[in-house]
Design a protein around this ligand. Structure first.
Ligand code: SAT
Ligand code: MN
Length: 580
């Protein structure tokens, strides 16, 4: 099946240990995808949706106890606990292997073992990296076919390079008591058991492209980040690229597919990626980015022609829906859709308004990037796209301004490291509590955050042409709980200020937390936002910020002596400026 001995021996050993019935090597063809779908329709793992309105669309209902990432069951198993850091759950590698191997024993009895060779990034890109996922879930195979460059070409690259990340996955019996997502960065391997959902099971995504890749990136001198990548084209047809980090379910997909409002004729936004960004320093000193993924695993609720017309249009065909509701005529339905009425909820039960949401808040679509009307023609460029600005963000109802700019790279790293956000339904646990989520990487950094910030800081010595760094917050609320900023397409106004700042054009005021737009510098023409609201969105509340700085200091203390002194000094400087 392959000329790579390590791979063939590993597959044989796993097949023996899991006692799989059959072994299927995925070739990634469309015919293979169709066969998988046929098989899943027969077993009920998928249901076909309305063929007329949604051709080639299918619904998968996951186990109701398996609907999101499980951070408390996710481990980094490095030899040294300190290398994983206080930001990760850690387990000793030998103990972790023993624990999870026991669960894998016999777990594929009666099942087919699928071998999925995949490539993260354009297949011909020197920045791309390959992996192989072994799984017993045909649903995972179908999703990996959409989300990655999977099959023959990836296997050929693996055989040529001889190197790949090993990912072993079994859904087991889906019992949350027997569920673990384990990463062995020193062995470039992943073992995931007991979940069939999203980032727990599609191992190319968060497990490989973020946790393992961030570890690799550190030793090889690049960055693996939880960021969207977009190209912004102005009326002069110049395109500039920005990368933006937001926690899961904070609108990355919407921003990545933004449609300029009517007031912005001649502008256009191109999607390069909506979730993950790998950045390398180019010979020209700029950061060049690729999207390692080939598809989107996006949050469905809230998707409609107003919030994200591109996504709305692209999921009308050839899409896998997971955990949405359905209408009487078998169309997918979710909260935020104007038309249609749900009759069956995400669990497959008759929908009753008193029983909670019809679609699960973390219900997802899986769709190929090629179906996105705004897919950038440069998204497949082997060397990536050059990044002009990096944006950090989060969901903060209070305090954090709409946008501000870092004084320099080091200050920008502090802004990213100090970022916090309200939790969302993308992970199990309480929703809506503010937690520190540095660079939106809290659940995804495969090593000690203190070392990670040091790695970020090190770029300053390597180049004088790094992107400018910004922070945004689309989620400020007034006393009535209503959002102060309209968001969605109107966010282009903020992106314009950011790009103008990169060109040294837009006006800004220097404040203790960084540069904020001067009065009127964010264009609000044709926008129903009062000058007073803009002032609220763009002022620094010193008292609240002083408390925020203290919270950051406390948080950073948790990283002990590994904490970069430069960041602490930068934080101290901010605190002093706020006290003046
Ligand atoms: O489940 S995933 O990790 O793929 C989705 C997300 O959290 O962004
Ligand atoms: Mn994400």
């Amino acid at each position: 099946m392959t000329s790579n001995k390590t791979l063939s021996q590993w597959v044989a050993q796993v097949a023996r240990h899991t006692q799989a019935d059959k072994v299927h090597w995925c070739d990634g063809s469309d015919a293979e995808y169709r066969d998988l779908v046929k098989g899943m329709l027969a077993t009920g793992m998928l249901a076909e949706l309305n063929r007329t309105t949604h051709p080639n669309c299918y619904l998968h209902r996951s186990d109701p106890q398996d609907v999101a990432r499980v951070e408390h069951l996710t481990f980094i198993c490095s030899r040294s606990r300190d290398d994983a850091g206080p930001n990760n759950h850690w387990m000793d590698p030998a103990a972790a292997h023993a624990k999870i191997d026991a669960l894998f024993a016999g777990s594929m009895r009666g099942r087919t073992l699928y071998v999925i060779p995949y490539c993260m990034g354009p297949i011909d890109s020197p920045l791309a990296r390959c992996g192989v996922e072994i799984t017993d879930s045909p649903y995972v195979v179908a999703n990996m076919k959409i989300m990655t460059r999977m099959g023959k070409a990836a296997l050929q690259r693996i055989e040529k390079e001889g190197k790949f990340v090993k990912g072993l996955h079994s859904t087991g019996d889906l019992n949350p008591e027997r569920r673990f997502i384990m990463h062995f960065p020193e062995e470039l391997s992943i073992k995931s058991f007991g979940s069939g959902y999203g980032g727990n099971a599609l191992l190319g995504k968060k497990c490989h492209a973020l946790r393992i890749a961030s570890w690799q990136a550190r030793s090889e001198g690049w960055l693996a980040e939880h960021m969207l990548i977009v190209g912004i084209q102005n009326p002069q047809d110049e395109i500039r690229y920005v990368a933006a980090a937001f926690p899961s379910a904070c609108g990355k997909t919407n921003l990545a597919m933004l449609i300029p409002p009517a007031s912005h004729q001649g502008w256009k936004v191109w999607t390069v990626g909506d979730d993950i960004c790998w950045m390398h320093l180019g010979e020209d000193g700029r950061l060049w980015a690729i999207n390692p993924e080939a598809g989107y695993f996006g949050v469905v609720p809230g998707t409609n022609p107003k919030t994200n017309k591109n996504a709305f249009d692209m999921i009308r065909h050839d899409t896998i829906f997971t955990n949405v509701a359905v209408t009487a005529d078998n169309q997918p339905w979710w909260e935020g859709l104007k038309d249609g009425t749900p009759v069956t909820d995400w669990k497959g039960e008759p929908y009753k308004p008193g029983n909670g949401k019809a679609a699960h808040p973390n219900s997802r679509f899986t769709v190929s990037a090629k179906q996105n009307p705004s897919y950038s023609p440069h998204a497949e460029d082997a060397h990536g796209v050059p990044i002009s600005a990096i944006i950090f963000g989060g969901r903060r109802a209070e305090m954090t301004p709409l946008v501000y700019e870092a004084r320099d790279w080091t200050h920008g790293v502090l802004i990213g490291a100090g970022a916090a956000s309200e939790t969302t339904a993308a992970a199990t646990g309480q929703v809506g509590v503010v937690r520190r989520d540095p660079m939106a990487m809290k659940p995804f950094c495969g090593y000690n955050f203190a070392d990670y910030w040091n790695h970020w800081l090190s770029f300053n010595k390597r180049s004088s042409k790094l992107p400018k760094i910004f922070h945004v917050n689309w989620f400020r609320q007034g006393p009535d709980g209503k959002f102060l900023w309209p968001g969605f397409g109107e966010n282009l106004r903020v992106l314009r200020w950011i790009l103008d700042r990169c060109d040294g054009k837009a006006q800004a005021l220097s404040t203790p937390i960084g540069f904020l737009p001067a009065d009127g510098a964010v264009d609000t023409h044709d926008l129903d936002v009062s000058a007073e609201t803009m002032r609220t969105l763009l002022t620094v509340d010193r008292e609240k910020w002083q408390a925020e700085i203290r919270a950051m200091q406390e948080y950073f203390q948790g990283y002990g002596p590994r904490m970069p002194a430069k960041l602490l000094a930068e934080l101290q400087a901010t605190q002093t400026a706020l006290a003046k």
